[in-house]
Design a protein around this ligand. Structure first.
Ligand code: HEM
Length: 537
């Protein structure tokens, strides 16, 4: 029994790491879990139905103790041991996980109407306007309406085309910014996380709010820093696996004040959105209803001009705020994290960098900068992006899905309200699907018939950067453009190498778990210009 307690103590400390920092008060809660676990022998709770196979579980906590600092890795090993579809009990929540293309296809396409809901997590309640957004809202008329607004008014081809000149401006700003940093003589390298984060944020805020946050025409360093800070706190809280979602008594104890923190952040984010909406309203009034034209409207203008539900003149402010927040959260980190991983992998593999540059020199030449129409012709670069998504999907899991009713999958019973963890990280490194899973090899995506390389998933479901089915990412075309454009510009304009004293293979690829999965340490690299000087100015 003593030995068992020690084992439990050692394994319990890992999941608790996910509960943010350790504090004295959590000892009380942990003691209760330990007592419960020690009091009852390890057991498989009797299976009422034919559930999928899965690891044995403890009373009360179920399989929560088996999740470590990198839960996607733990769940991928569980699938290797128990099969392509695994059942877990996380506290009082039924869950399944998979990293198998055929099971994923069933969940996202064939049984989409059953699995396309979302759990009402406390983060979604506190940080997404009571699940009133698109990304975290359960399936239902409200989600349908909000998603339709995104698809029909915000992310349309016409609207995205109207912002092309802003994106071109941001692409040039990116190159100029790096060009300026090249001459600093700092051989420790340029902090690419900052550079790429600023590029994504500026593109998104220009489109959404009509402002550039970082750079010459920015809204000022104080506002930009505040905005970044709040957004980072929001991401971080959305990514935390909060035990209160799985163990009701944890909510009551809340040893780390997690819910209080969520409420505080929600209030700060809400104040920010309120300010933005008021600024836009004032600007509209000043123009006496007459904006220069539809193409000059940013997303907030568009949302302010839409009629509300049930014959109301306008959308509620809360609806506008939820949509704005979703767009910022969904668009900025995903593209910035992907770009940082792609840069890291390419700098680790000088052969790949040479091939990207050969393609750019042949398609674009060295007398002008890359522009958006070039992107479809950069097939090798597109392979690089696909390979980056295989090894480093923006999030380790899709946003959790939830089943709306009892159903069956692969012949097993799946209860209603089962949480679904589609492990995209595990899919990309599944040895039954890919050879040499740890090798970064873009050539594996090169089509034999020379056709255009698609970045999104194909019928084989072997990679899933933007998901599929009802919940698939509505921003995929924009996300793809932001990623391809940043990489094309940076590799066309500069030769990249590791900071002094490091070899390419010394660039580390350690990752941290969260809603998105960035490199643990920001990427630093040295840039040397490779185009005529006048192109950078
Ligand atoms: C490289 C960039 C991006 C990647 C890799 C990405 C990936 C994803 C993924 C994996 C999901 C979850 C789908 C699921 O749970 O099944 C998602 C959802 C979503 N994404 Fe993206 N995304 C990107 C950019 C964007 C952009 C630019 C926007 C909008 C401006 C956006 C808006 C959304 C929204 C609103 C959802 C929620 C959809 C729903 O639940 O109905 N994303 N994205």
């Amino acid at each position: 029994m003593v030995h068992q307690s020690i084992v439990i103590l050692s394994i319990i400390s890992y999941p608790l790491f996910l509960l943010i920092q350790w504090r004295f008060s959590s000892v009380v809660a942990v003691a209760s879990i330990l007592l419960a676990c020690i009091a009852f022998p390890r057991c498989s709770v009797s299976k009422p139905k034919n559930l999928p196979p899965g690891p044995p579980r403890w009373p009360i906590v179920g399989n929560l103790l088996q999740l470590g600092r990198l839960p996607h890795g733990d769940l991928a090993s569980t699938c290797r041991k128990y099969g392509p579809l695994v059942y877990l009990r996380l506290g009082n929540v039924d869950a399944i996980t998979t990293s198998d293309p055929s099971v994923i296809r069933q969940i996202l396409l064939q049984r989409d109407e059953v699995f396309a809901s979302r759990p009402r997590t406390l983060a979604a309640v506190h940080l997404a306007y009571n699940c009133g957004d698109v990304a975290l809202a359960p399936l239902g008329p409200r989600w349908k309406r909000m998603r339709r607004i995104c698809m029909e008014h915000l992310l349309t081809t016409k609207r995205l085309d109207a912002f092309a000149r802003h994106r071109a401006h941001e692409a040039q700003h990116l190159v100029r910014h790096v060009y300026g940093l090249c001459w600093d003589g700092d051989r420790a390298g340029i902090n690419l996380r900052e550079v790429l984060g600023g590029f994504s944020m500026n593109n998104v805020t220009r489109m959404l709010l009509g402002k550039q946050y970082f750079g010459a025409g920015s809204s000022g360093p104080q506002e930009a820093t505040e905005f970044m800070h709040i957004t980072h706190q929001l991401f971080w809280l959305l990514g935390v696996i909060y035990l209160g979602d799985y163990l009701p008594f944890w909510r009551w104890i809340d040893p780390h004040g997690c819910e209080k923190k969520m409420e505080e952040v929600e209030k700060r984010v809400d104040d920010f959105h309120t300010k933005i909406i008021e600024e836009h309203r004032r600007a509209r009034e000043a123009k006496m209803e007459g904006l220069a034209g539809d193409s000059d409207m940013d997303f907030v203008d568009v949302l302010l001009s839409l009629p509300g539900e049930d014959g109301r003149d306008h959308l509620d402010d809360v609806e506008i705020k939820a949509l704005v927040q979703d767009m910022i959260a969904a668009a900025t980190d995903t593209s910035a994290v992907t770009n940082e991983w792609a840069m890291a992998e390419v700098i680790r593999h000088p052969r790949v960098q040479r091939k990207i540059q050969e393609e750019l020199d042949s398609v674009v030449g060295r007398e002008r900068m890359v522009s958006e129409p070039d992107l479809v012709h950069l097939n090798y670069l597109r392979c690089v992006v696909r390979e980056t998504f295989r090894m480093h999907p923006a999030g380790p899991f899709l946003i959790p899905h939830e089943s709306v009713r009892d159903t069956t999958l692969n012949g097993y019973h799946i209860p209603a309200r089962t949480r679904v963890f589609v492990n995209t990280h595990g899919l990309g490194r599944n040895p039954d699907v890919w050879d040499d899973v740890e090798d970064f090899r873009p050539e594996r995506h090169w089509p034999e018939d020379g056709s255009r390389v698609e970045i999104s998933h194909g019928p084989d479901f072997k990679i899933l950067p933007f998901s599929a089915g009802k919940r698939k990412c509505p921003g995929a075309p924009l996300g793809t453009t932001l990623v391809l454009m940043a990489l094309a510009r940076l590799f066309h304009s500069f030769n990249w190498s590791p900071p002094d004293g490091l070899r390419p293979e010394d660039i580390d690829t350690a990752e941290v778990y969260g809603m998105t999965m960035p490199k643990a340490r920001p990427l630093a690299a040295v840039a040397r210009p490779r185009l005529p000087e006048h192109l950078y100015l």
